[in-house]
Design a protein around this ligand. Structure first.
Ligand SMILES: C[S@@+](CC[C@H](N)C(=O)[O-])C[C@H]1O[C@@H](n2cnc3c(N)ncnc32)[C@H](O)[C@@H]1O
Length: 238
């Protein structure tokens, strides 16, 4: 929902408040025909909710097995699925999507080089003005040298991770912000990071090693939609 809200704000599709009810209303008010691509879609868990809300959603994933489950889901019968080579969006159409989103996937990719290839492929898949939004785990209390093995910091380029499901994750820390920005800013404009904190008593606020984490929702546009809007308003004011 945050991703849809952000898209609406960037494209001026609707004016959106911060509360969930108005975000939902704004999402429904988004232009018809909005096309979305789920990067690392797995069995299509998030796609189901978006399809139920009337969006056109495709999925890409590196796992044939996950895609086979997704393709067999009657609720996703109108979706197209594309096998990713691990650093790309597979054969999904280029210049086609309004939003590419990724949840619980980029954090499992321990190689910075592969993540950069993915960002470039996502950029190709987007229409001009489209946006990319993905989630990472953010560790506010650590810097990159303190990330416990076998996990890695953003700068690491580990190609031989044991698996793609939390065996060896990338832990994003504040000192890695310049590297993250460098990886995104050559491709995307209006890059934003929103940190979503869990309440201190939430079961989810720690994981293995007892280290507290938050979610970082990171987004960028293919084009200067937000900047153009802000500066247009400034010119009108002057
Ligand atoms: C934890 S699952 C999350 C699935 C889905 N996004 C969700 O939230 O339910 C991670 C998914 O990312 C996929 N994945 C991992 N590395 C990938 C890569 N390099 N390229 C594409 N998909 C990848 C895995 O195959 C898996 O389906």
């Amino acid at each position: 929902m945050y991703m849809l809200n952000d898209y609406a704000l960037r494209t001026q599709s609707a004016l959106v408040g911060a509360d969930l009810t108005s975000m939902l209303a704004a999402a429904v008010a988004l232009p018809e025909g909005l096309r979305l691509l789920d990067f690392g879609c797995g069995v299509g868990r998030l796609m189901e909710a978006l399809v139920a809300s009337g969006f056109s959603v495709d999925g890409t994933d590196v796992s044939e097995e996950m895609l086979a489950f997704a393709r067999a889901n009657p609720k996703l019968s109108k979706c197209s699925f594309y096998l990713s080579g691990g650093g790309d969006c597979g054969d999904s159409p280029r210049g086609h999507y309004d939003i590419v989103y990724s949840q619980l996937c980029i954090q499992h990719i321990a190689s910075r080089q592969i993540r950069k290839e993915i960002f470039s492929s996502v950029h190709d898949a987007l229409k001009p003005g489209g946006m990319f939004s993905f989630q990472l785990h953010f560790y506010p209390g650590l810097d990159s040298k303190e990330v416990p093995l076998p996990h890695v910091s953003w700068d690491s380029d580990k190609f031989d991770a044991l698996g793609t499901n939390s065996e060896e994750d990338v832990w994003f820390t504040a000192d890695a912000l310049p590297s993250l920005m460098a990886d995104l800013s050559g491709l995307f404009q209006d890059v934003r990071i929103q940190i979503v904190d869990f309440p201190a008593n939430a079961e989810l606020h720690t994981e293995a090693y007892g280290v507290r984490f938050s979610h970082a929702i990171i987004s960028g546009s293919k084009g200067f939609s937000l900047a153009q809007r802000v500066y247009a308003e400034m010119r009108e004011d002057s």
